[in-house]
Design a protein around this ligand. Structure first.
Ligand SMILES: C[S@@+](CC[C@H](N)C(=O)[O-])C[C@H]1O[C@@H](n2cnc3c(N)ncnc32)[C@H](O)[C@@H]1O
Length: 224
């Protein structure tokens, strides 16, 4: 009987150890319990780069429809970048076509006291981006949902390319671009946008679940 209890205890210990190792929090920036998993390292790199360029204007397409509880599934970027904006005198514009997504994201923005630093815009992202007049420091593309359906995949990829083109003229030499859901079958959301950007003198800085791009002539010198 003793050996059975030992094996059971080891099994339970292994299970929780595995969970702990996989858990990728942004602590101390965000509470430890939120697991950002496959986006943690790219979020950290983007926040570091934003500090370097003293980012002021952040645009996100596709808002945090599950609030912070969607950290592992959707990313919760509205709240992550909103909190960064609060600590660094910046501002997040998050745009979404779905009223429900906007309402849910707004609830979390209220709960986190981020209203002064985040505005949720209810609009098609393309209309919003075409009408946006300021220079953009971080562009985060994460709207049209990707799926296993090849037709949906193509539409999502085309939409993200159109988003990039719609705001391209508002990007400057040291703008940062992050695209979500890329490490997926058939190239993910970023396939066409990244292909276009690479022809326009952008370079990939991190190639993971999210792809991070900077201009070839991104200049740390100019910032010092
Ligand atoms: C994956 S979620 C965004 C997750 C969010 N970025 C986060 O970090 O939690 C995708 C969102 O894109 C929105 N969306 C889809 N098509 C859109 C469009 N044409 N314009 C704006 N938003 C769109 C959906 O309504 C959905 O809420």
């Amino acid at each position: 009987m003793d050996w059975f209890i030992w094996i059971l205890a080891l099994g339970i210990f292994g299970f929780f150890l595995g969970k702990f190792i996989k858990h990728k929090s942004l602590y101390p920036f965000m509470p430890f319990r939120y697991d950002f998993r496959k986006r943690r390292n790219t979020f950290l790199k983007v926040m570091d780069l934003m500090k370097t360029i003293k980012a002021k204007t952040i645009i996100e397409t596709g808002t945090s429809r599950e609030g912070l509880h969607g950290a592992k599934s959707n990313g919760a970027a509205t709240i992550v970048f909103g909190k960064w904006a609060k600590e660094n005198e910046a501002f997040v514009h998050s745009v979404d076509i779905s009223e429900d997504s906007c309402k849910n994201a707004q609830k979390e923005v209220d709960k986190q006291n981020l209203n002064e630093f985040v505005k949720i815009h209810h609009s098609d992202s393309l209309i919003f981006l075409e009408n946006f007049k300021d220079k953009v420091d971080l562009l985060y593309l994460d709207s049209y949902d990707y799926s296993s359906d090849v037709e949906v995949q193509k539409k999502s990829q085309e939409h993200h390319l159109l988003e990039f083109k719609a705001i391209e003229s508002r990007l400057h030499q040291n703008s940062i671009v992050l695209i979500d859901d890329c490490d997926l079958p058939n190239g993910g959301k970023g396939k066409l946008a990244i292909g276009y950007m690479l022809e326009k003198n952008w370079k990939i800085v991190m190639d993971a679940y999210q792809v991070l791009l900077l201009r070839e002539d991104f200049s740390f010198d100019k910032l010092q």
